[in-house]
Ligand binder design. Structure first.
Ligand code: SF4
Ligand code: ZN
Length: 312
């Protein structure tokens, strides 16, 4: 227990946020956290009145908190629904989705559950079995992410939703910024931000990130103090392959040694993005000849991956 007192009320502090530094009791931490999410939504104009919001809900901490808060903040003025995607990772995603279904029912939020197996005819376990650990098909997570985004877009359109909400947090975003800088990938870099992409593209439902400025550790605390039950038993068995693990470790070390580093990187990106976007010409999008989804070439990335997988 911390010896310091809450900055707001003088009660014993339960949380220390070293980048402030801020000290908060439980109640004032929850207030501070929610206020910041509201500010992220307001200043970045993430949600317009009456827009229908589809939250991609995995049952983990980030999307649980995103769904809870989006429903709390916008549930009265906007339609809020959840999309549960089952990649077919037994002992992991099926368990996580049990939490997702339970929370949706408890919060009265309609949900749609879809699966890779039904949509594509295979699961991520099949992909791993067939391709081995790190074959040409790309890392498992990149494969999984492409297909998941495809389903998100497909179902957002099918359900008539205006925006897709994801649980990406500050740590995720800063890791992505650093990864793209290290790989000199300007195209991907400029697509980051609280609204994914650089402009609205016909056929692509905009993806928004209300937790863009919320550190992961505070999301865990927010869920804990609010008794938001979420899946936390184990990581995805394929997660060890993710390149971002290395970036996570480096950034966590920087943050603990120099508190506020993650916010500084985010702030740098926020200032640089408009200038970078100017330099980046808009990509003209076509319709994929296989599935009809928007893409820059003639076949979209998810169809390419599926064909590559089926060939093996
Ligand atoms: Fe998919 Fe990778 Fe996430 Fe596992 S860790 S669910 S493989 S993106
Ligand atoms: Zn207090």
């Amino acid at each position: 227990m911390l010896k310091r007192k809450c900055d707001r009320c003088g009660k014993k502090a339960a949380m220390e946020l070293p980048y402030g530094p801020h000290y908060f009791c439980r109640e004032h931490f929850l207030h501070f956290f929610e206020k910041r999410v509201r500010k992220t939504c307001r200043t970045n104009k993430l949600v317009k009145p009456g827009e229908k919001l589809l939250v991609a809900y995995s049952g983990g901490k980030d999307s649980s908190v995103a769904l809870y808060l989006v429903n709390k903040i916008f549930g009265k003025s906007n339609k809020v629904e959840a999309l549960l995607i089952d990649e077919g990772i037994k002992g992991y995603r099926d368990c996580a989705l049990q939490y997702a279904e339970k929370n949706c029912k408890a919060w009265g939020i309609p949900f749609t559950r879809v699966s890779f197996k039904k949509e594509f005819g295979f699961t991520m376990v099949d992909v791993m079995r067939k391709t081995g650990a790190k074959k040409k098909i790309g890392s498992t997570c990149a494969f999984c992410g492409v297909l998941r985004r495809r389903l998100m877009n497909k179902y957002a359109k099918k359900l008539g939703m205006d925006k897709l909400v994801t649980g990406h947090n500050l740590d995720d975003e800063v890791q992505s910024i650093l990864m793209n800088v290290c790989e000199a990938d300007l195209s991907r870099l400029v697509r980051l931000g609280p609204i994914a992409g650089i402009s609205s593209i016909k056929g692509l439902v905009p993806r928004i990130k209300p937790l863009w400025e919320s550190p992961e550790i505070e999301i865990i605390a927010f869920a804990y103090y609010n008794k938001i039950h979420h899946y936390e038993e184990q990581c995805c068995p394929f997660k060890w392959q993710a390149k971002r693990n290395t970036y996570r470790a480096i950034l966590n070390q920087l943050e603990s040694q120099f508190p506020g580093t993650m916010y500084s990187i985010l702030s740098f990106f926020r200032q640089a993005k408009p200038k970078l976007v100017e330099k980046k010409r808009e990509v003209k999008l076509n319709s994929c000849k296989e599935c009809g989804e928007p893409c820059s070439g003639s076949t979209c990335m998810s169809c390419k991956k599926i064909m590559e997988f089926k060939k093996k």
